[in-house]
Ligand binder design. Structure first.
Ligand SMILES: [Zn+2]
Ligand SMILES: [Zn+2]
Length: 108
């Protein structure tokens, strides 16, 4: 949920790939319990909008992307999981400790 403009190439492409993978899990109606607890890592209700933000930034940078994305059906999930929200501070800190390039971009 970090501003895509601030992500390094690896993490921009990585998160984009994850979203496509997660879509498959939703289609298969897999449990996402370990992705939303104890820490919320994905936002089921925002899959499409997040995908489109990322692919727009990929396009802006000239990376190849034209795989369309449809919001998966998440109605099989418990309601609290459908509306789970990522804590952006955790995501930012996570990136900052794991990636020197993102760290630089995310440091004001
Ligand atoms: Zn895509
Ligand atoms: Zn990075």
């Amino acid at each position: 949920m970090v501003n895509p403009k601030l992500l390094c190439r690896k993490h921009l492409l990585g998160e984009h790939g994850e979203i496509h993978k997660h879509r498959h899990n939703f289609v298969k109606k897999h449990s996402i319990t370990n992705r939303v607890s104890p820490v919320v890592q994905i936002e089921p209700s925002s899959m499409k909008s997040r995908h489109d933000q990322l692919s727009e930034e990929m396009f802006r940078r000239g990376y190849n992307h034209r795989s369309p994305f449809e919001q998966p059906d998440i109605s099989y999930l418990p309601f609290c999981q459908q509306v789970a929200k990522v804590d952006i501070n955790i995501s930012v800190n996570d990136l900052k400790t794991r990636c020197p390039i993102c760290d630089k971009n995310l440091t004001i």
